[in-house]
Ligand binder design. Structure first.
Ligand code: CO
Length: 253
């Protein structure tokens, strides 16, 4: 049963060893990723793939709709390990457009365990239902809610004692809210990173972001898409070629 997965594993090992004979020896050493990824469990959004990173380069936590529950032992244990022991410098909350979890939160359904999980998004939607329902296009409303959910989770993350203590210790720690487009593979940053208690405390409230967005995030996304027109014909920018980057890190032969 599932022989095809073992076959794929073998093929992957063979390819890795061909491309980089030293790969598994390096993997056997202690991991030292510089990023923590908090993403959705959606099978189409895998951190290493969308960022072009190798195993060992990013510490990952995923759950439905990338929710930061401050009573969730799972995420808190991951967060503490990443911040206190791995000392990652960047935490990325990356949601995605068309998120089924966020869509569920907007549906009014409340019959499953997942509806408990999604409660922070449900509450936010209920509170601002008039504004959000005024977005007539169903897909646009969902996408706006996907963006707002990421902003909400970054704020929740920034309010955890683990992150607060890191900043109070003077540890370098940047919180990023990103969104991934499943339909084009592109990631966009939603605003500037949050890198200190002061920065957190001067963020616009999530309510304000919904009611009076200074610039709707969706517009930022439109600009990003425009900037990426013709992407297919472009070579990857220098420094973004992951293979070149990794080869720099390898010990001299
Ligand atoms: Co999702």
């Amino acid at each position: 049963m599932l022989d095809h997965l073992f076959d794929r594993n073998l093929a992957w090992v063979q390819k890795k060893r061909l491309d980089d004979p030293d790969f598994f020896r390096r993997m056997g050493e202690q991991q030292s990723p510089n990023y923590l990824w908090i993403g959705c469990s959606d099978s189409r959004v895998t951190a290493n793939d969308v960022l072009g990173l190798d195993p060992g380069e990013i510490f990952v936590h995923r759950n439905i709709a990338n929710v930061v529950h401050t009573s969730d032992m799972n995420i808190l244990a991951v967060l503490e390990y990443a911040v206190v022991h791995l000392k990652v410098e960047h935490i990325i909350v990356c949601g995605h457009y068309g998120c089924g979890g966020v869509e569920r939160a907007l549906s009014g359904e409340s019959t499953a365990l997942v509806d408990h999980w999604l409660q922070p998004i449900v509450m936010l939607y209920r509170k601002h239902r008039t504004v959000l329902d005024a977005i007539a296009d169903r897909r646009a409303r969902l996408d706006r809610m996907c963006e707002i959910n990421i902003e909400l989770q970054v704020r929740r993350l920034a309010s955890t004692p683990i992150v607060e203590q890191a900043w109070l210790r003077g540890q370098e720690l940047h919180l990023h809210g990103w969104i991934y487009g499943i339909h084009d593979g592109l990631i966009r940053a939603l605003g500037a990173p949050v890198s200190s208690l002061d920065a957190r405390d001067t963020l616009a409230s999530i309510d304000a972001r919904i009611v009076e967005p200074v610039e709707p995030v969706s517009v930022i996304r439109q600009h990003a898409i425009a900037a990426f027109e013709g992407l297919d014909s472009l070579e990857p920018p220098e420094g973004l070629d992951c293979c070149a980057e990794h080869s720099n890190r390898r010990p001299a032969p």
